[in-house]
Design a protein around this ligand. Sequence first.
Ligand SMILES: [Zn+2]
Length: 496
Amino acid sequence: MGNGLERGVVRMIELAIRDGLVVDGSGGAPRVADIGIERGRLVAVGDVGAAKLNLDAAGLVVAPGFVDAHTHDDMQLRRDPFNREKLLQGVTTVICGNCGFSAFPHRPGQTSPDLLSTDGPWDSFSSYARTLRAQGIGPNMATFVGHNTVSRHADPQVDRRPDRRRRTQIVDRVRRSVDEGALGVSTGLIYEPGRSSVVEDLVEIASAAAESGGLYCTHMRDEGAGLIDAIDEALTIARESGAGLQISHLKTVGRGNWGLVATALDRIDEAHQGGLDIGFDVYPYTAGSGPFEQYFDSDHVDVARLEFVQIVHCPDFPHFQGLRVPAIAEVEGCSAEDVTRRIISGPRATETVCVIFEIDENEMRTVLAHPRAMIGSDGIPQDGGVPHPRLVGAFPRVLGQYGRDEGLFDLSAAVKKMTSIPADRFGLAGRGRIQPGYWADITIFDHSTITDRATYQERNSPEGIRWVLVNGEVAVTPDGLGSALAGRVLTRAGDR
Ligand SMILES: [Zn+2]
């Protein structure tokens, strides 16, 4: 076709989403508008013109795709490339590598003895990213490099401070990972080897990340009685290293400690006002979840805490799944301490995951309602048993229960917590807003019906998510999961 002919043809864009209530992620007022998409990007908002394909969104909300600020989906993207639990919630980007655990560095042929159970052909961030790109993934992903993973890679003995030579290896590996595109370094200071780490070493590690613009993201040393000291430790590390700070799943655990969250938020606000680059994420539930063996010690079993513990995944004793520990003890005719010791001494003890009901609803709401809070599900993917419902329902729950039903925040504020706030925080260029030029990660939902339906007893998919687009391709339709694996591995320096 010659240029003269082309000039006369009416240009049609690829896809228009018509008449939806656009909540653009900025926190601004919603407005009914059309949006136009071409080659994976938003090209128009408002006056869109003719399109080859039209999607009617009348009566529905059109929002940027949600960014799950805190996930453990690193290996789930291998087991289920669609990452269906996330796409079906409207999540279009998952942030991995949290709590000190990442899928790299890794030794091919070995399986990591941690909650990720990493197993694959890569050794570094670059080769892990290459593997995911070759295979295809449903949502976009970006990842931290985990301090626990790096440390164990350098020194298999986890209950000691590494020697100088190993500390240098750890710092070099963090620097290299961030240079290759990781978002920064994460720590999990309640887990080994993080638990044995000293502030001086963490400053050095965070500095290595900061040199390339990476963040310091932390599951803090104490979320109970020592919460405020733990926040002060994180602030010290951020200030001394120059790294931006992300506090993971902010909360107070343990009934005796409830009340500390207000002080924690004051500390965070003061630091923010003082110019520190600081953010935090939260999940909308009153139970935490993690590897059982990391919370309980067979020599000194915390019996009072066991009252609130439910086993959700247990390859060694599948019949324990879904039950609280005292109930298991009753069925087995033994004490709760005995149940604990049996689980911890099982051959696959590292894979046993529990849920602990120890967060105050009002404190959780206070964190959730904070204008700078972002949503991170912290879900731990598992094939069997019933996972903590946050894996399946966190985002619909914020929009439905806490936004629409309880009025904790308005719709625009709720969407902002799951779109522009995390996208800006993690430096995801061109994502988190509905704006011309941005990537077409879009979630379309019915605000009047959106509901999380997952409970601690049943893994139910949410209601009300209608369409999900990732990089302009349809990943979810009203009938369920589509066939697109349109996600990209995102790097700190931009898409590659
Ligand atoms: Zn954590």
